[in-house]
Design a protein around this ligand. Structure first.
Ligand SMILES: O=P(O)(O)OC[C@H]1O[C@](O)(CO)[C@@H](O)[C@@H]1O
Length: 620
């Protein structure tokens, strides 16, 4: 564990200014009292799994939805404090770093102190390991001062996102009992929240008074379902990555000689790559969910990319930007089967060195076909949920390598007559993960922290803090608590009536909804993205001014502004193209030049944050 965790740090001017930003609270959380309304009893997100989840979680299954509303009448603060006996709460970072995590802790702290100044908030230093070893730090306003609205998880740090084995669960329970905690708040994604559900069930079974609460914090944005609209950190990470991608796009078009292959961190699902493609308009984006649905093989993907390269070369373009999610590799059917074999060998304690010799003949043949660097990465030890370490597999390099080979083949056979294909590869992961959180993530995290305290105070166990209506302004946000078991399901082996459930109930990462309007937008524009260099420059995160309060595009896409943007720009490009034909007359050129007067406006549109007012412009 790092000895520097939690120490005050020297802040830059921008950080100091950010530390002064006071996140907004919806009206129901602004006073010291909240009206608690119990809703309907819940079941499982997948009704076919309800019995299995109920059997696995007899104590916590079927609990009611809970809404937090504005009180009907206001009580004075002194009255409120009398009503609220002091409580003790523990909090830890369990999942991977995600921008905004510190604000969850700040929100918990402020809500606790507002209810009763004698409340105590303990942070577990070093995440799960700190929890097992009872290593705590009291969270005070002083401790928090240099971490408010700041990136990283370095106030407390984290270790492995796992509280699952009997020893781990028992260690967590004895810590909570010894510290006499009323609540334990676990910050993380699908894995951490699944573990939180198991812990809540065990605590209830053993009459441990500590209530366990989960908070949806993960950059991947894959903890998404009918109750959870997005996760803390997703907005920031997409904004930072979109800026990086758009920088790469402008660099590519300036020199006109490289294809950039960009892989984005984001786990098994492709939410980050999808959102970033909508924000920055790279030439190509390949989502894992599309590949899995159409069962595209590795070589089919390579051919698709090469066809794109050829089509661009026919227009004299020898540069381009391709964006892929880190989970793409697992979505390719033959790679998935190979990775499953490797996973099973890991589960059976076969060492990394021995794995290649124990593969089935077909898997061994595929493994041998792959370049040595990918072979090494594929056999690396597993994640805490027994899956492959996606961040360590350089899929972008594999694609670039195979595309180069295929372009050489096409050249040799005389099918491709353009210039030599050259690539540059990037993996954007921690570059974005460590960013200062956007206003949206700062607010969202702080509000979730407040909701956690309401959950503990209401005596609810095995719940997740949630906020809905996020695409509206903060004063319209709806605050709730949802039983973790309501989000759990069991994977089924086959589709259809013969489907057999496999594995234990957990909260699964949600894939991209390929029927959603936002996906239709992306596909509709795909050929224009491919050929027109229709790059969009969102710029860096804006903390102040009109661009500061933009929401993730996928949350706001229904507003139509985005579709409007794209159509206006395409219309503009078409008009300029029709006017500026080679050999056109002086009059036509003059007309084109005067219509170019609106170029600045167009550029403004292209770099305007979405959902801010767009300038009006006209064509002559
Ligand atoms: O940097 P680390 O700890 O290897 O974590 C990487 C993984 O964490 C996540 O960000 C969250 O699950 C994944 O997207 C990624 O593969």
């Amino acid at each position: 564990m790092n000895a520097d965790l939690g120490s005050p740090r020297e802040l830059t001017g921008l950080q100091r200014r950010r530390a002064l930003y006071q996140p907004e609270l919806p009206p129901c959380l602004q006073g010291t009292r909240v009206r608690v309304e119990f809703g309907e009893s819940t079941t499982s997100i997948d009704p076919k799994c309800a019995d299995i989840v109920a059997q696995a979680f007899p104590q916590t299954f079927g609990q009611k939805l809970v809404h937090f509303l504005e009180p009907n009448s206001m009580a004075s603060d002194t009255q409120a404090i009398k009503e609220h006996p002091p409580i003790r709460v523990g909090v830890l970072f369990s999942g991977r770093q995600s921008p905004g995590g510190h604000n969850v802790i700040w929100g918990i702290h402020d809500a606790m102190k507002a209810r009763n100044p004698h409340n105590v908030l303990l942070g577990f230093v070093g995440g799960t390991e700190g929890l097992f070893a009872k290593k705590t730090m009291e969270i005070t306003n002083d401790v928090l001062s240099s971490y408010k609205n700041q990136g990283g998880f370095d106030l407390l740090g984290r270790t492995v996102d796992q509280i699952r084995t009997k020893e781990q669960v028992n260690a967590a329970m004895s810590t909570c009992c010894d510290l006499s905690l009323d609540g334990l708040i676990i910050i993380g994604g699908v894995t951490s929240n699944s573990d939180a559900a198991q812990l809540a069930e065990t605590f209830a079974k053993h009459n441990c008074k500590t209530k366990v609460i989960g908070v949806p914090v993960t950059l991947s944005g894959d903890l998404k379902n009918q109750f959870v609209e997005t996760t803390v950190g997703f907005d920031t990470v997409c904004k930072v990555n979109s800026q990086l991608i758009s920088n790469v796009c402008l660099d590519a078009v300036s020199a006109g000689k490289y294809y950039y292959f960009v892989r984005l961190m984001g786990g098994k699902a492709s939410h980050v790559a999808f959102e970033c493609a909508l924000q920055s308009h790279p030439n190509m984006v390949i989502l894992g969910e599309e590949v899995a649905l159409s069962k595209l093989t590795l070589m089919e993907i390579i051919n698709k990319i090469c066809d794109g390269v050829e089509a661009r070369a026919a227009q004299g373009k020898y540069h381009g930007v391709l964006v892929i999610p880190e989970g793409l590799i697992e979505s390719i059917p033959e790679m998935y089967a190979l990775m499953q074999e490797i996973n099973n060998l890991h589960i059976n304690n076969v060492t990394e060195d021995e794995i290649p010799s124990q593969l089935s003949p077909w898997a061994a043949a595929l493994f041998k076909f792959l370049p040595p660097f990918i072979r090494r990465e594929l056999v690396l030890h597993q994640e805490s949920d027994n899956s492959a370490q996606l961040s360590q597999i350089d899929t972008e390099q594999l694609l670039a390598h195979l595309v180069e080979a295929e372009m050489k083949r096409r050249t040799k056979e005389g099918n491709y007559k353009g210039r030599k294909f050259s690539s540059v590869c990037h993996f954007f992961g921690s570059q974005a993960r460590g960013s200062l959180p956007s206003n949206f993530d700062s607010n969202y995290a702080y509000v979730l922290g407040h909701i956690c305290v309401q959950i503990v105070a209401t005596g609810l166990n095995g719940y997740m803090a949630t906020v809905t209506n996020l695409k509206d302004s903060t004063n319209k946000w709806r605050c709730a608590a949802v039983p973790l078991t309501a989000m759990m399901s069991v994977r089924r082996h086959l589709r259809g009536p013969g489907a057999v459930p496999i594995g234990r109930p957990v909260i699964h990462p949600s894939p991209i909804d390929l029927k959603a309007e936002s996906y239709a937008v992306l596909r509709e524009k795909a050929s224009s993205f491919l050929l027109d260099d229709f790059y969009r420059t969102p710029g860096g995160i804006q903390f102040e001014g009109p661009g500061a309060n933009t929401k993730p595009i996928t949350l706001t896409i229904e507003d139509q502004d985005y579709l409007g943007d794209i159509e206006i720009l395409q219309d503009y490009l078409n008009k300029v193209r029709t006017i500026l034909k080679p050999g056109c007359s002086r009059e036509i050129l003059k007309a084109a030049i005067s219509s170019m007067a609106s170029v600045n406006d167009v550029l403004k549109v292209m770099s305007a944050p979405l959902n801010t007012e767009l300038p009006l412009y006209h064509f002559n």
